[in-house]
Design a protein around this ligand. Structure first.
Ligand code: SIN
Length: 307
């Protein structure tokens, strides 16, 4: 069976994945944290924690709250910063078979461009995912993803600062995600990933205060799957670029739904917290489905529900 997917068909060197299963930024660390638990080299790609120019401590605690079928987070992009990533993580990734994509976030457009420049040409880094969708920081992040104009400006700045393939991760917290996707595609993105978390909150009724230190957070997990699926379906119908589906994917069947909606690849996120092997389980579930249905090439399933 052929499960390989090309995520950057218009890019000069492309971004070929052996299979469509990626990890979602912020749910799989730098990959190294999981490598003793299962053979992570079997995955299609690893996307690392959102990375900023300087290290960040993140938001005040509490930063996580479970909800019905979901998880609220307000981490606030805690990360080691791009310099430590290049020095400590990239040399490890350079020996891996699985491609690693670095998720980047900033407060200003220039931050994104500088991050892209610093990551360019570093062995072990196969692509960039532009995070214009983090709802947990005071400036930047999802602010950029909320309007087509600012999303396009960030995309164009990153594209002109790097020779790496560029994915752009969209927020559902916008009036019209399809318009943002079209603007990002026109600005030169190689692929689009969606969705990041849905803005939400929880209140502690004993303290009568918001439960999260940052008051609001981003909701992920199975609770958002139908929202993500509808958005992937709509965006895949509006752009020519590969679309990467993300939002509550826990099983192979979930992944197949996103692929049939038009996603060329999918990201497993929150599921990894309950089951660290979830990305591999999802991959095996896709393979079993293809075997059962007599499907030899994954491309036969991409967009099947649109035809
Ligand atoms: C966070 O670090 O707050 C979450 C990252 C994101 O939503 O992109």
């Amino acid at each position: 069976m052929n499960l390989s997917v090309q995520l950057a068909p218009k890019h000069k060197s492309g971004l070929l994945l052996a299979n469509p299963v990626m990890t979602a930024a912020g749910t799989f660390g730098y990959g190294t944290e999981y490598s003793h638990l299962f053979d992570i080299q079997k995955l299609g790609a690893i996307v690392c924690k959102g990375t900023t120019l300087e290290p960040r401590d993140g938001n005040p605690q509490p930063r996580l709250a479970e909800t019905a079928s979901g998880l609220l987070n307000s981490i606030g992009l805690q990360n080691i910063g791009v310099k430590a990533l290049i020095k400590e993580k990239a040399p490890i990734w350079a020996n891996w078979r699985v491609p690693v994509i670095v998720n980047i976030a900033g407060e200003r457009i220039d931050d994104y461009a500088q991050l892209a420049r610093e990551l360019d040409g570093i062995a072990g880094i196969s692509g960039i995912e532009v995070n214009i969708s983090c709802p947990n920081i005071k400036a930047g992040g999802a602010e950029f993803g909320a309007s087509p104009e600012s999303a396009a400006r960030v995309t164009a700045a990153v594209k002109s600062a790097t020779s790496l393939p560029v994915l752009v991760k969209l927020t559902p917290n916008t009036d019209d995600i399809v318009k943002v996707a079209v603007a990002v595609a026109e600005a030169g993105a190689d692929a689009i990933s969606l969705i990041n978390t849905v803005k939400g909150m929880a209140i502690d009724i004993t303290t009568r205060r918001p439960l999260l230190g940052n008051k609001t957070g981003g909701l992920s997990g199975p609770a958002i799957k139908p929202i993500a699926l509808a958005m992937v379906y709509e965006v895949a119908g509006a752009v020519e670029l590969p679309v990467i589906g993300c939002g509550g994917i826990t099983t192979g069947s979930d992944a197949i739904e996103f692929i049939m909606a038009g996603a060329s690849a999918i990201q497993v996120g929150t599921a990894s917290f309950a089951n660290p092997r979830a990305p591999l389980d999802v991959l095996e579930g896709i393979e079993q489905f293809m075997q059962k249905e007599g499907v030899n090439n994954l491309t036969e399933l991409i967009g099947a529900a649109r035809r």
